[in-house]
Ligand binder design. Sequence first.
Ligand code: TYC
Length: 101
Amino acid sequence: MSDPVTTPTIKPVLKTERPKLHKVILLNDDYTPREFVVTILLVEFGMPEGAANRVMLTAHQRGACVVAVYTRDVAETKATRANDAARKKGHPLTFTTEPEE
Ligand code: TYC
């Protein structure tokens, strides 16, 4: 039998919501060299080379490609770092973030 002292009969009502994940999206442009895009994906997002090449090509052909999903803070920090690194080298390469549905 259950012990009323150690077994609560009232269930907690509030549940903790899992934080929404945010996508980091790579945008195509006409100027950034393909090799530079791949390097940024390797260095800033820790992607393996094959995946980095595929993501770069998808963005190049379709206009944009999801790179990865993270919590909001991590997604925004990574996108900002990647954009800053591109700007430092004079490239217009842009990463954006958006919440997952
Ligand atoms: N379109 C660029 C070029 O032809 C390469 C490129 C690919 C740039 C993907 C951005 O997200 C990008 N040099």
